[in-house]
Design a protein around this ligand. Structure first.
Ligand code: GLY
Length: 369
Protein backbone atom coordinates (compact mmCIF):
# COMPACT_ATOMS: atom_id res chain seq x y z
CA UNK A 1 0.00 0.00 0.00
CA UNK A 2 1.46 3.33 -1.03
CA UNK A 3 0.35 6.92 -0.93
CA UNK A 4 -0.86 8.14 -4.28
CA UNK A 5 0.83 11.20 -5.73
CA UNK A 6 -1.05 13.52 -8.08
CA UNK A 7 0.39 16.63 -9.76
CA UNK A 8 -0.17 19.01 -6.83
CA UNK A 9 -1.23 16.89 -3.86
CA UNK A 10 -1.27 13.37 -2.45
CA UNK A 11 -3.97 10.92 -1.48
CA UNK A 12 -2.75 9.33 1.74
CA UNK A 13 -3.65 5.73 2.44
CA UNK A 14 -0.79 4.75 4.74
CA UNK A 15 0.58 6.60 7.78
CA UNK A 16 -2.26 8.98 7.37
CA UNK A 17 -2.10 10.59 10.80
CA UNK A 18 1.61 11.46 10.69
CA UNK A 19 1.23 12.74 7.12
CA UNK A 20 -1.76 14.76 8.24
CA UNK A 21 0.19 16.36 11.10
CA UNK A 22 3.01 17.30 8.72
CA UNK A 23 0.63 18.84 6.21
CA UNK A 24 -1.29 21.02 8.66
CA UNK A 25 1.53 22.17 10.89
CA UNK A 26 1.88 25.59 9.29
CA UNK A 27 -1.76 26.61 9.51
CA UNK A 28 -2.63 28.86 12.47
CA UNK A 29 -6.36 28.58 12.04
CA UNK A 30 -8.19 25.38 11.18
CA UNK A 31 -11.90 24.95 10.57
CA UNK A 32 -13.55 21.54 10.29
CA UNK A 33 -16.67 21.32 8.14
CA UNK A 34 -18.72 18.25 8.82
CA UNK A 35 -22.23 16.85 8.50
CA UNK A 36 -24.43 15.77 11.33
CA UNK A 37 -23.68 12.03 10.90
CA UNK A 38 -19.92 12.39 10.53
CA UNK A 39 -19.95 14.64 13.59
CA UNK A 40 -21.73 11.90 15.55
CA UNK A 41 -19.74 8.91 14.28
CA UNK A 42 -16.34 10.10 13.04
CA UNK A 43 -15.38 13.39 14.70
CA UNK A 44 -14.25 11.87 18.02
CA UNK A 45 -11.98 9.36 16.30
CA UNK A 46 -10.66 12.12 14.02
CA UNK A 47 -9.88 14.34 17.02
CA UNK A 48 -8.22 11.52 18.92
CA UNK A 49 -6.05 10.20 16.08
CA UNK A 50 -5.19 13.56 14.54
CA UNK A 51 -4.44 15.04 17.97
CA UNK A 52 -5.87 18.26 16.65
CA UNK A 53 -6.44 20.41 19.72
CA UNK A 54 -7.77 23.69 18.49
CA UNK A 55 -10.21 24.12 15.64
CA UNK A 56 -13.53 25.71 14.83
CA UNK A 57 -16.33 23.53 13.63
CA UNK A 58 -19.19 24.00 11.20
CA UNK A 59 -21.92 21.36 11.00
CA UNK A 60 -24.36 21.04 8.12
CA UNK A 61 -27.32 21.05 8.46
CA UNK A 62 -27.15 23.71 11.16
CA UNK A 63 -29.65 23.46 14.05
CA UNK A 64 -31.55 26.28 12.36
CA UNK A 65 -31.74 24.36 9.05
CA UNK A 66 -32.86 21.21 10.89
CA UNK A 67 -35.55 23.12 12.71
CA UNK A 68 -36.82 24.48 9.41
CA UNK A 69 -36.99 20.92 8.03
CA UNK A 70 -38.62 19.65 11.22
CA UNK A 71 -35.90 17.05 11.81
CA UNK A 72 -33.82 16.35 14.87
CA UNK A 73 -30.98 14.12 15.95
CA UNK A 74 -28.31 12.19 14.14
CA UNK A 75 -28.24 9.14 11.97
CA UNK A 76 -30.03 10.94 9.19
CA UNK A 77 -29.77 9.43 5.76
CA UNK A 78 -27.20 10.54 3.23
CA UNK A 79 -30.01 11.66 0.88
CA UNK A 80 -31.32 13.81 3.72
CA UNK A 81 -27.90 15.47 3.91
CA UNK A 82 -27.87 15.84 0.09
CA UNK A 83 -30.75 18.31 0.21
CA UNK A 84 -28.49 20.71 2.09
CA UNK A 85 -25.92 20.80 -0.71
CA UNK A 86 -27.19 24.21 -1.73
CA UNK A 87 -26.73 27.97 -1.64
CA UNK A 88 -28.36 28.31 1.76
CA UNK A 89 -25.76 26.00 3.31
CA UNK A 90 -22.96 27.89 1.53
CA UNK A 91 -24.22 31.12 3.13
CA UNK A 92 -24.22 29.41 6.51
CA UNK A 93 -20.64 28.22 5.91
CA UNK A 94 -19.47 31.70 4.82
CA UNK A 95 -21.21 33.28 7.85
CA UNK A 96 -19.50 30.88 10.21
CA UNK A 97 -16.10 31.30 8.52
CA UNK A 98 -16.38 35.06 8.97
CA UNK A 99 -17.67 34.72 12.51
CA UNK A 100 -14.74 32.57 13.62
CA UNK A 101 -12.22 34.86 11.95
CA UNK A 102 -11.14 32.58 9.09
CA UNK A 103 -9.21 34.20 6.27
CA UNK A 104 -7.54 32.99 3.10
CA UNK A 105 -4.60 31.63 5.10
CA UNK A 106 -6.82 29.41 7.20
CA UNK A 107 -7.40 25.75 6.36
CA UNK A 108 -10.75 24.05 5.89
CA UNK A 109 -10.95 20.31 6.58
CA UNK A 110 -13.92 18.59 4.96
CA UNK A 111 -14.80 15.69 7.24
CA UNK A 112 -17.77 13.99 5.64
CA UNK A 113 -19.19 12.37 2.55
CA UNK A 114 -19.53 13.69 -0.99
CA UNK A 115 -21.82 16.55 0.03
CA UNK A 116 -19.29 17.92 2.51
CA UNK A 117 -16.28 17.37 0.22
CA UNK A 118 -17.97 18.93 -2.83
CA UNK A 119 -19.61 21.83 -1.00
CA UNK A 120 -16.74 22.44 1.46
CA UNK A 121 -14.22 22.48 -1.38
CA UNK A 122 -16.46 24.86 -3.32
CA UNK A 123 -16.86 27.26 -0.37
CA UNK A 124 -13.13 27.13 0.42
CA UNK A 125 -12.31 27.85 -3.24
CA UNK A 126 -14.37 31.04 -3.36
CA UNK A 127 -14.11 32.30 0.23
CA UNK A 128 -11.86 35.37 0.04
CA UNK A 129 -10.94 34.09 -3.44
CA UNK A 130 -9.67 30.82 -2.10
CA UNK A 131 -8.36 29.16 1.04
CA UNK A 132 -6.67 25.74 1.26
CA UNK A 133 -8.74 22.68 2.02
CA UNK A 134 -8.27 19.01 2.85
CA UNK A 135 -10.69 16.17 2.20
CA UNK A 136 -11.19 13.62 4.94
CA UNK A 137 -13.87 11.49 3.26
CA UNK A 138 -15.98 9.39 5.62
CA UNK A 139 -18.02 7.38 3.10
CA UNK A 140 -16.89 4.83 0.53
CA UNK A 141 -18.43 6.93 -2.24
CA UNK A 142 -16.43 10.01 -1.29
CA UNK A 143 -13.24 7.97 -0.77
CA UNK A 144 -13.26 6.52 -4.27
CA UNK A 145 -14.99 9.30 -6.18
CA UNK A 146 -15.82 12.74 -4.71
CA UNK A 147 -12.43 13.38 -3.14
CA UNK A 148 -10.46 12.41 -6.26
CA UNK A 149 -10.26 14.71 -9.27
CA UNK A 150 -11.12 18.20 -7.99
CA UNK A 151 -14.80 18.41 -8.90
CA UNK A 152 -16.50 20.78 -6.45
CA UNK A 153 -19.92 22.30 -6.30
CA UNK A 154 -23.51 22.35 -5.15
CA UNK A 155 -26.95 21.44 -6.48
CA UNK A 156 -29.13 24.18 -7.94
CA UNK A 157 -32.90 24.16 -8.40
CA UNK A 158 -33.04 20.40 -8.08
CA UNK A 159 -30.27 19.77 -10.61
CA UNK A 160 -27.27 17.98 -9.27
CA UNK A 161 -23.90 19.73 -9.17
CA UNK A 162 -25.09 22.52 -11.46
CA UNK A 163 -22.85 25.18 -9.91
CA UNK A 164 -19.21 24.51 -9.22
CA UNK A 165 -15.60 24.46 -10.33
CA UNK A 166 -12.50 22.28 -10.52
CA UNK A 167 -9.88 22.75 -7.80
CA UNK A 168 -7.71 20.33 -5.87
CA UNK A 169 -7.36 19.99 -2.12
CA UNK A 170 -3.89 20.14 -0.58
CA UNK A 171 -4.36 16.53 0.52
CA UNK A 172 -6.85 13.68 0.81
CA UNK A 173 -6.80 11.21 3.70
CA UNK A 174 -8.39 7.77 3.49
CA UNK A 175 -9.21 6.25 6.88
CA UNK A 176 -11.09 3.03 6.14
CA UNK A 177 -12.21 2.63 9.78
CA UNK A 178 -14.72 5.42 9.19
CA UNK A 179 -16.59 3.01 6.91
CA UNK A 180 -17.59 0.90 9.92
CA UNK A 181 -20.20 3.48 10.85
CA UNK A 182 -21.85 3.39 7.41
CA UNK A 183 -25.22 1.78 6.77
CA UNK A 184 -24.97 -1.13 4.33
CA UNK A 185 -26.92 0.71 1.67
CA UNK A 186 -24.40 3.51 1.76
CA UNK A 187 -21.50 1.08 1.46
CA UNK A 188 -23.11 -0.39 -1.67
CA UNK A 189 -23.49 3.11 -3.04
CA UNK A 190 -19.72 3.68 -2.99
CA UNK A 191 -19.09 0.20 -4.28
CA UNK A 192 -20.97 1.10 -7.47
CA UNK A 193 -18.19 3.54 -8.35
CA UNK A 194 -15.55 0.85 -7.79
CA UNK A 195 -17.55 -1.41 -10.14
CA UNK A 196 -17.69 1.44 -12.66
CA UNK A 197 -13.92 1.94 -12.55
CA UNK A 198 -13.44 -1.80 -13.14
CA UNK A 199 -16.00 -2.14 -15.93
CA UNK A 200 -14.78 0.86 -17.86
CA UNK A 201 -11.06 0.84 -17.28
CA UNK A 202 -9.64 -2.25 -15.66
CA UNK A 203 -10.36 -5.82 -16.73
CA UNK A 204 -8.29 -7.31 -13.86
CA UNK A 205 -10.25 -5.44 -11.22
CA UNK A 206 -13.49 -6.58 -12.88
CA UNK A 207 -12.29 -10.20 -12.70
CA UNK A 208 -11.54 -9.69 -9.01
CA UNK A 209 -14.99 -8.18 -8.30
CA UNK A 210 -16.65 -11.04 -10.19
CA UNK A 211 -15.25 -13.47 -7.60
CA UNK A 212 -16.62 -11.53 -4.64
CA UNK A 213 -19.70 -12.83 -2.84
CA UNK A 214 -20.41 -9.63 -0.96
CA UNK A 215 -18.82 -6.41 0.29
CA UNK A 216 -16.67 -6.69 3.41
CA UNK A 217 -15.14 -3.60 4.94
CA UNK A 218 -12.06 -5.50 6.12
CA UNK A 219 -11.22 -6.35 2.48
CA UNK A 220 -12.01 -2.98 0.97
CA UNK A 221 -8.81 -0.96 1.36
CA UNK A 222 -6.89 -2.61 -1.53
CA UNK A 223 -9.96 -2.13 -3.76
CA UNK A 224 -10.21 1.52 -2.68
CA UNK A 225 -6.53 1.98 -3.53
CA UNK A 226 -6.91 0.35 -6.98
CA UNK A 227 -10.01 2.36 -7.69
CA UNK A 228 -8.32 5.65 -6.78
CA UNK A 229 -5.30 4.80 -8.96
CA UNK A 230 -7.62 4.08 -11.92
CA UNK A 231 -9.44 7.38 -11.45
CA UNK A 232 -6.18 9.26 -10.90
CA UNK A 233 -4.82 8.10 -14.26
CA UNK A 234 -7.88 9.56 -15.96
CA UNK A 235 -8.17 12.85 -14.08
CA UNK A 236 -4.49 13.55 -14.58
CA UNK A 237 -4.76 13.31 -18.35
CA UNK A 238 -7.98 15.33 -18.45
CA UNK A 239 -8.54 17.32 -15.24
CA UNK A 240 -11.45 19.43 -16.51
CA UNK A 241 -13.38 16.81 -18.47
CA UNK A 242 -12.80 18.05 -21.98
CA UNK A 243 -12.26 14.52 -23.27
CA UNK A 244 -11.09 11.28 -21.71
CA UNK A 245 -12.48 12.02 -18.23
CA UNK A 246 -15.93 11.53 -19.76
CA UNK A 247 -15.34 7.78 -19.50
CA UNK A 248 -16.07 8.23 -15.79
CA UNK A 249 -19.60 9.23 -16.74
CA UNK A 250 -20.46 5.66 -17.67
CA UNK A 251 -23.83 4.84 -16.09
CA UNK A 252 -24.30 8.46 -15.08
CA UNK A 253 -26.44 9.80 -17.94
CA UNK A 254 -29.37 7.58 -17.03
CA UNK A 255 -28.11 7.27 -13.43
CA UNK A 256 -28.33 11.02 -12.74
CA UNK A 257 -31.78 11.15 -14.34
CA UNK A 258 -32.93 8.32 -12.06
CA UNK A 259 -31.46 9.97 -9.00
CA UNK A 260 -33.16 13.27 -9.82
CA UNK A 261 -36.48 11.61 -10.63
CA UNK A 262 -36.60 9.67 -7.35
CA UNK A 263 -35.59 12.78 -5.43
CA UNK A 264 -38.41 14.79 -7.06
CA UNK A 265 -40.81 12.03 -6.11
CA UNK A 266 -39.74 12.36 -2.48
CA UNK A 267 -38.32 8.83 -2.44
CA UNK A 268 -34.58 9.39 -2.78
CA UNK A 269 -32.30 6.51 -3.75
CA UNK A 270 -28.54 6.47 -3.20
CA UNK A 271 -26.16 7.72 -5.90
CA UNK A 272 -24.74 4.20 -6.27
CA UNK A 273 -28.16 2.61 -6.65
CA UNK A 274 -28.90 5.09 -9.42
CA UNK A 275 -25.51 4.59 -11.08
CA UNK A 276 -25.75 0.79 -10.86
CA UNK A 277 -29.14 0.88 -12.61
CA UNK A 278 -27.74 3.46 -15.05
CA UNK A 279 -24.79 1.15 -15.81
CA UNK A 280 -27.16 -1.77 -16.43
CA UNK A 281 -29.15 0.34 -18.91
CA UNK A 282 -26.07 1.80 -20.56
CA UNK A 283 -24.67 -1.74 -20.92
CA UNK A 284 -27.85 -2.53 -22.82
CA UNK A 285 -27.23 0.50 -25.08
CA UNK A 286 -23.61 -0.63 -25.50
CA UNK A 287 -24.83 -4.07 -26.53
CA UNK A 288 -26.96 -2.50 -29.28
CA UNK A 289 -24.22 -0.11 -30.33
CA UNK A 290 -21.47 -2.70 -30.71
CA UNK A 291 -23.77 -5.59 -31.69
CA UNK A 292 -22.92 -7.78 -28.75
CA UNK A 293 -25.26 -10.68 -28.08
CA UNK A 294 -27.48 -10.93 -25.01
CA UNK A 295 -25.07 -13.35 -23.30
CA UNK A 296 -22.52 -10.56 -23.21
CA UNK A 297 -25.02 -8.33 -21.43
CA UNK A 298 -26.17 -11.14 -19.11
CA UNK A 299 -22.59 -11.87 -18.01
CA UNK A 300 -22.28 -8.28 -16.74
CA UNK A 301 -25.77 -8.04 -15.26
CA UNK A 302 -25.28 -11.18 -13.20
CA UNK A 303 -22.48 -9.41 -11.29
CA UNK A 304 -24.38 -6.13 -10.96
CA UNK A 305 -27.42 -7.98 -9.61
CA UNK A 306 -25.33 -9.62 -6.88
CA UNK A 307 -24.44 -6.27 -5.36
CA UNK A 308 -27.30 -3.99 -6.37
CA UNK A 309 -30.98 -4.86 -5.96
CA UNK A 310 -33.39 -3.81 -8.68
CA UNK A 311 -34.96 -0.39 -8.31
CA UNK A 312 -38.60 -0.03 -9.12
CA UNK A 313 -39.23 2.31 -12.06
CA UNK A 314 -42.92 3.07 -12.60
CA UNK A 315 -44.59 3.95 -15.96
CA UNK A 316 -44.66 7.67 -15.16
CA UNK A 317 -41.02 7.71 -14.27
CA UNK A 318 -39.99 6.37 -17.69
CA UNK A 319 -41.30 9.59 -19.29
CA UNK A 320 -39.67 11.70 -16.62
CA UNK A 321 -36.31 10.01 -17.26
CA UNK A 322 -36.49 10.70 -20.97
CA UNK A 323 -37.17 14.39 -20.18
CA UNK A 324 -34.48 14.62 -17.52
CA UNK A 325 -31.64 13.33 -19.65
CA UNK A 326 -32.20 16.38 -21.87
CA UNK A 327 -30.99 18.73 -19.10
CA UNK A 328 -27.80 16.92 -18.23
CA UNK A 329 -24.48 18.78 -17.94
CA UNK A 330 -22.97 16.27 -20.33
CA UNK A 331 -25.35 17.22 -23.17
CA UNK A 332 -24.41 19.13 -26.26
CA UNK A 333 -27.21 21.21 -27.81
CA UNK A 334 -29.77 19.29 -25.74
CA UNK A 335 -28.62 15.90 -27.08
CA UNK A 336 -27.77 13.40 -24.33
CA UNK A 337 -24.26 11.99 -24.54
CA UNK A 338 -23.23 8.61 -23.21
CA UNK A 339 -20.13 6.61 -22.49
CA UNK A 340 -20.46 3.14 -24.01
CA UNK A 341 -18.71 -0.06 -23.13
CA UNK A 342 -16.93 -1.53 -26.16
CA UNK A 343 -15.95 -4.36 -23.84
CA UNK A 344 -14.80 -4.74 -20.23
CA UNK A 345 -12.09 -2.16 -19.58
CA UNK A 346 -12.57 -0.45 -22.92
CA UNK A 347 -14.94 2.47 -23.49
CA UNK A 348 -15.89 5.24 -25.90
CA UNK A 349 -17.26 8.57 -24.74
CA UNK A 350 -19.40 11.19 -26.52
CA UNK A 351 -21.74 8.56 -27.91
CA UNK A 352 -25.31 9.26 -28.96
CA UNK A 353 -28.29 6.92 -28.68
CA UNK A 354 -31.66 7.04 -30.43
CA UNK A 355 -34.61 7.97 -28.19
CA UNK A 356 -36.25 4.64 -28.97
CA UNK A 357 -33.15 2.72 -27.87
CA UNK A 358 -32.95 4.68 -24.64
CA UNK A 359 -36.57 3.82 -23.93
CA UNK A 360 -35.85 0.17 -24.79
CA UNK A 361 -32.92 0.19 -22.34
CA UNK A 362 -35.19 1.41 -19.53
CA UNK A 363 -37.85 -1.17 -20.45
CA UNK A 364 -35.24 -3.96 -20.58
CA UNK A 365 -34.11 -3.03 -17.07
CA UNK A 366 -37.70 -3.00 -15.81
CA UNK A 367 -38.42 -6.44 -17.24
CA UNK A 368 -35.13 -8.32 -17.02
CA UNK A 369 -32.95 -6.94 -14.25
N1 GLY B 1 -17.47 11.33 -10.81
C1 GLY B 1 -16.91 11.45 -12.08
C2 GLY B 1 -15.75 12.38 -12.12
O1 GLY B 1 -15.20 12.75 -11.11
O2 GLY B 1 -15.36 12.78 -13.20
Amino acid sequence: MRNIRLSDHSIYIEDIWSNFKDLIENYDHIVVLTDINSRAYCLKEFEMLSELKKFDIITIPTPEQQEKEGTTGENLSVYYIEQFKNQDSCSKIFDRLLECGADRHSLLINLGGGVICDMGGYCASVFMRGMDFIHFPTTLLSQVDASVGGKLGINYRGYKNMVGLFRNPIGVFIHDKFLESLPERELRSGFAEIVKHALTLNYNLWEQLKEMEDIEISNLLPLIEKSIIIKKQIVQTDPTETGKRKVLNFGHTLGHALETSFLKKGEPITHGEAVAAGMAMECYLSMLHYRHDEDWLASILVVLKRFFPKIDIGDKMVLDLLQLIRVDKKNKAGVPHFTFLIDIGNVEYDQIARAKDIRAAVEYYRKNY
